[in-house]
Design a protein around this ligand. Structure first.
Ligand code: HSE
Length: 433
């Protein structure tokens, strides 16, 4: 009996697009045996058709006009891999309105316009699948949506940006500066040409907004996510972190605190024993705490042609099964966790802190600093002066007990105004203890 064919149209024939075509060509028989359907790439659209690619396709499949895919009634699934906000958004909306399912890896677009796109999809009885948008080939989205469907979640801690994790790992393992670590990431092809989004934590925040929706059913606007990047992390702080038994990681955190949700991205001190501390280089990991399945960590390469394309193909396959069964499974079937009343305000976040101040080494300076901390109810767990250079500036490193964000900010502001404090103080949140 001839296999049923399902046609797909690919918009965006870049690195990941080529990977998708490669997998569909090379695993054609295997996939057909596994799913009982032949997946046919019917059209491929890209604005630059002349570029050299690492996969060859019949020239007749190629077009520079996306409408040739969107308006083709024989295409059931549109795969959007051009990235960016526009025209990706318009293409996805048009495809849904033409009755097609959509697969995308576009986390920036979903984080910004997910509400609108998913509503449109639901209205049309179509789906948007997006496994490749977080952690590339790591099946984290499917795991939260399906594997852990019966669970309630208390927190998600993610290392979801390979570039920044590579930079922090280089600084920690090779004792190099931030600038050298970035240069090395670029030289090895790990960092984008412009890694601003990665370094500033914005890419992690895009991914966090999707994970938060899946786990907690809350749509969190990017502007409501507290985001701090890693550009201010110095080799000094990495070295002190190690001395104190920590690694510094850029974490994307969604955490339920009583009846509120904290959603934040920032560099974090994590105890070396924490599983996430051993996630090095460009690898990603998502550490999920759930009430039935317990604590789980999903780990793997968070970027790269074949890992990302593997996730895209998995979405295509899922959609072929839905089409075959005549099923409509809403894209985001997360039910809002009603025990969460709202987002916790940044001022109210509570954390232990690592603080480094640069103080003139003379009597009474530490007493003044301690006085300010005590005024804001900040209790010191440990304090170490790292050097002894009378009348010169020395680093003083402190670890605090739990303190409210607002109090820490106000205290640091006053500390930095002291005449014996010679540089802006550094404060890094501690998690996992
Ligand atoms: N630029 C991202 C990273 C990969 O460095 O992890 C794409 O999500």
């Amino acid at each position: 009996m001839a296999l049923r064919k399902i046609n797909i149209g690919l918009i965006g024939f870049g690195n990941i697009g080529c990977g998708v075509v490669k997998i569909l060509q090379q695993r054609k028989t295997l996939l057909a045996q596994k799913i009982g359907i032949e997946i046919v790439v019917k059209k491929i659209c890209d604005s630059d058709l002349g570029r050299k690619r690492d996969v060859s396709v019949d020239k007749k499949l190629l077009t520079a006009v996306a409408d040739e895919i969107i308006n083709d009634p024989q295409i059931d699934i549109v795969v959007e891999l051009i990235g960016g906000l526009s025209p990706a958004k318009e293409f996805i909306l048009a495809a849904l309105r033409k009755g097609k399912h959509v697969v995308t890896a576009n986390k920036a677009l979903l984080a910004k316009c997910g509400n609108e796109l998913f509503s449109e999809a639901a209205e049309r009885g179509k789906n948007i699948y997006f496994e490749a948008s977080v952690g590339a080939g790591i099946p984290i989205i499917k795991s939260i949506k399906e594997g852990l469907v019966a669970n309630k979640f208390s927190s998600i801690f993610g290392i979801v940006n390979g570039t920044s994790n590579y930079v922090l790992t280089q600084m920690s393992k090779e004792s190099c500066s931030f600038a050298n670590a970035i240069a090395s990431a670029k030289a090895k092809g790990f960092a984008e040409k412009d890694p601003t989004f990665d370094i500033q934590g914005i890419d992690s925040a895009h991914k966090l907004s999707l994970l938060t929706y899946l786990a907690f059913g809350k749509i969190v606007n990017l502007k409501d996510i507290f985001i701090e990047g890693i550009a201010h992390i110095s080799a000094l702080d990495i070295a002190y972190a190690k001395e104190l038994g920590y690694e510094i990681k850029l974490l994307a955190i969604a955490k339920k605190e009583v009846d509120e949700l904290e959603v934040r991205v920032h560099p974090t001190f994590l105890p070396v024993e924490h599983l996430l501390s051993s996630v090095d280089g460009v690898f990603n990991a998502i550490y999920v705490s759930s009430d039935l399945a317990g604590d789980l960590m999903f780990y793997g390469p968070g970027a790269g042609q074949l890992p990302a394309a593997s996730a895209v193909v998995s979405d295509i396959v899922d959609l072929t099964q839905d089409i075959k069964a005549g099923l409509f499974r809403p894209t985001l079937n997360s039910i809002e966790d009603n025990s969460i009343k709202g987002l916790r305000k940044i001022d109210e976040f509570e954390n232990k802190y690592y603080i480094r101040i640069m103080a003139v080494d003379k009597p009474g300076v530490l007493a003044k600093v301690a006085g300010i901390l005590s005024k804001f109810g900040i209790s010191i767990a440990s304090v170490t002066q790292k050097e002894r250079l009378k009348s010169q500036v020395v680093p003083v490193v402190m670890v605090t007990h739990e303190v409210k964000e607002k109090n820490m900010r106000q205290a640091l502001k006053l500390i930095d105004k002291l005449s014996d404090i010679k540089e802006k103080s550094v404060a890094i949140r501690i998690e996992g203890v």
